[in-house]
Design a protein around this ligand. Structure first.
Ligand code: TYM
Length: 333
């Protein structure tokens, strides 16, 4: 029914780390020749938790600089910040009338983020997955590259699209498919059972795309491990989450399969592995980090990219919204 179209989003909160890069942004770049693609810097999602108005614009510029430095083609792809296309918020309302409360109650990310004090979390944090569904469905996207922490939200987007199609007896929205890399749930460098996250209080838990070589060296050196030698088989990793995570990072950052990396370092000292991992990460990050620093200084160029992207996104999304108005019997004039 629809041609293949990618949509994905990244929140402008905190600095982009290698989890975001290896789990999502590198896939945006890898897929850009095969699909029409739309990438949004999702500021409306960011404000579900309070953000300082004085810094949010620079966070948006930061994410855009990472996209471009990573190799995302800003002329071919549509790249924009979400709040500049108000149709996202409108569709979120329309779809909020299709989504069921029971479905939202199952979202584990809300439970994790709201914590014990759920009554005090914002309504936006609770309905966040409906806005995410709206982001994707506004463009009738068919494929969504994301890290595996977003899988449940994507299943919800499919459920909403399906129920909408059934309720209005029309094949209006395609059911979007996740696009995920193997083994790229990147975990904290301080705790192999916890996701690497922008909001972790320890800066040693994550490697940033703007880290310099010394930062990378120190963070890998200090990363939590055990005192055994490197494993020689995959099954030995079940009890060693930190080593498993570092092997995943090595594999994703170098492009070598995890099996090959395990073989290469089998029975060797962890310190030798860490030293090679540092080199792999420096090779990956050094060119990008200097490009990010160059781009971030050129605000007028970055704003021009966002303006062009939002104009293109707006013209696509107004078509979907007027189709919906007609279909749902809304708007007389
Ligand atoms: P956000 O901003 O938290 O993360 C951006 C992308 O990075 C991935 N990611 C990770 N991947 C692997 N390991 C990690 N430790 C890791 N941490 C983050 C995320 O899975 C994501 O792909 N809700 C989304 C943003 C969003 C969106 C959308 C995505 C809003 N609307 C529509 C896709 C389609 C989020 O909070 O991503």
């Amino acid at each position: 029914m629809n041609k293949k179209l990618i949509f994905s989003g990244v929140q402008p909160t905190g600095e982009i780390h290698i989890g975001n890069y290896l789990g999502a942004i590198s896939q945006f770049v890898d897929n850009q020749d095969n699909y029409e693609s739309i990438y949004s810097i999702v500021d409306l999602h960011a404000i579900t938790v309070w953000q300082d108005p004085k810094i949010i614009q620079s966070q948006i510029h930061h994410v855009l600089s990472v996209f471009i430095a990573a190799g995302l083609n800003y002329e071919k792809n549509i790249i924009f910040n979400q709040s500049s296309v108000p149709q996202h918020a409108e569709l979120a309302w329309l779809l909020g009338c299709t989504a069921r409360i029971g479905w939202l109650n199952r979202m584990t990310q809300f439970k994790d983020k709201a914590g014990k004090n759920r009554e005090n979390a914002s309504v936006g944090l609770y309905t966040y997955p409906v806005l995410m569904a709206a982001d994707i469905l506004l463009y009738k996207a068919t494929h969504v590259p994301v890290g595996d922490d977003q899988k449940q939200h994507l299943e919800l987007a499919r459920d909403i699209a399906h129920k909408f199609n059934v309720d209005y007896e029309i094949d209006f929205f395609p059911l979007p498919e996740p696009v995920m890399n193997k083994n790229t749930r990147i975990m904290s460098l301080r705790d192999g059972t916890k996701k690497m996250s922008k909001s972790d209080t320890s800066s040693y838990s994550r490697i940033l795309m703007t880290d310099n070589n010394d930062d990378i060296k120190t963070k890998i050196k200090k990363s939590k491990t055990d005192s055994m030698k490197m494993p020689s088989i995959d099954s030995a990793l079940d009890e060693r989450p930190e080593i498993s995570n570092l092997l995943n990072i090595f594999s994703a950052a170098s492009g070598e399969s995890k099996e090959d990396v395990i073989k290469k370092f089998a029975e060797r000292e962890i310190s030798e592995f860490k030293s090679d991992l540092t080199d792999v990460l420096i090779n990956l990050i050094e060119p990008m980090s200097s490009e990010i620093k160059r781009l971030i200084a050129d605000k007028s160029f970055l704003n021009e990219v966002l303006k062009k992207g939002s104009d293109r996104a707006k013209s696509l999304s107004t078509v979907t919204i007027s189709e919906l108005h007609k279909l749902m019997g809304l708007k007389i004039l």
